[in-house]
Each structure stands twice: as C-alpha cells, then as structure tokens.
Design a protein around this ligand. Sequence first.
Ligand SMILES: NC(=O)c1ccc[n+]([C@@H]2O[C@H](COP(=O)([O-])OP(=O)(O)OC[C@H]3O[C@@H](n4cnc5c(N)ncnc54)[C@H](OP(=O)(O)O)[C@@H]3O)[C@@H](O)[C@H]2O)c1
Length: 154
Amino acid sequence: MEKLYDAGKARAIGVSNFSTKKLSDLLVVARVRPAVNQVECHPGWQQTKLHNFYQSTGIHLSAYSPLGSPGTPWMNSNVLQEPVITSIANKLGKTPAQVALCWNIQMGHSVLPKSLNEERIKQNLDVYYWSIPDDLLAMFTEIKQLLLLYGNFE
Ligand SMILES: NC(=O)c1ccc[n+]([C@@H]2O[C@H](COP(=O)([O-])OP(=O)(O)OC[C@H]3O[C@@H](n4cnc5c(N)ncnc54)[C@H](OP(=O)(O)O)[C@@H]3O)[C@@H](O)[C@H]2O)c1
C-alpha cells in the first residue's frame, strides 16, 4: 500500500476492522499513517476505545453497519428498536435510523448506511442539517453494548 501511495496511485491508505492494538502496532512500522479505519459502529456498539484513539491520533473512524445491520441473523443488536433511540426519534420527529446516523456523525465519524429503497436512501441523507441536543445525546451512554457479547475487540 505504501508503494502504491508513493507511486501516486493511492491518495491515502485505509484499514478496516483494526483494533486499537492493531493500529498501535501498525503505527510503529508504518511510514505512511493510515488515514481511516472502517469498523462496525452504531449506538449498540459505540467503539469508545477506537473513538478515543481516533481523537488522539487523527485516524478517522468510519462506521459500517451504522444502523446495526437490521434483519441479519448474525447481529444481536436491534438498534432501530432500541428504546433510547426510538424515544429520541419521537421527541425530535425523526426516524430511529436518522437518529442512529446522526449520533455517529456528531461523534465525528463518517457513516456507511446501505439501503436498496429510494425513500430510505433519501431519509438516510437527511442527517446533516439538524442535531441531537446535548441532553438527549447523553442518553446514548445508557444503551447496552454489544461489546459484552463480542469480547474485547476494541
Ligand atoms: N469493512 C467491513 O468489514 C464491512 C462489514 C460489513 C459491512 N460493511 C459495509 O457497510 C455498509 C452497510 O452495512 P450493512 O448493510 O451491514 O448495515 P446497515 O447499513 O446498518 O443496514 C442495512 C440494512 O438497513 C436497512 N435500512 C437502511 N436504511 C434504513 C432506514 N432508514 N430505516 C430502516 N431500515 C433501513 C436496509 O434495508 P433496505 O435496503 O430495505 O432499506 C438494510 O437491510 C455496506 O456498504 C457494507 O459493505 C463493511
């Protein structure tokens, strides 16, 4: 990847599914620092350690499955039906998906939601011109984390 970067064929280097340990190990040997780490991140798996790592190193956190990948058998998190999310959505007149995406954006992360549905794609784009107020944002700490199920991935 560094050779591609040197040759001008890649403008930046990104990694995916790197824990803070893997990133720290990489930083010891990397000549070109990774610009971004793409990991699963949503209100049900907030990636606090990686978020703090991003803030201290500037290695951007990009969130995949930001809606918790609803309907997939391998996920145990029902982000869009999580009571904290649905109550905030009701208060703000937004959908749970919009609240989940907005939370990630307010954390400074980019988001990679996937939808095959035109209306939901439009809905998922409408997350930049409003924000979750601080008192409601604080409620996200109450959400049970998948980390407990996955182990110490971060
Ligand atoms: N780097 C990695 O290892 C990695 C791993 C997993 C995923 N990813 C990437 O992350 C992206 C998204 O991941 P994902 O598909 O797992 O998770 P996701 O975006 O959290 O969830 C997608 C699901 O949410 C539904 N959905 C989308 N918008 C919605 C809305 N507004 N309201 C209700 N439901 C909504 C979609 O259904 P409809 O289509 O019917 O709207 C689809 O079933 C993909 O591009 C994927 O390639 C990367």
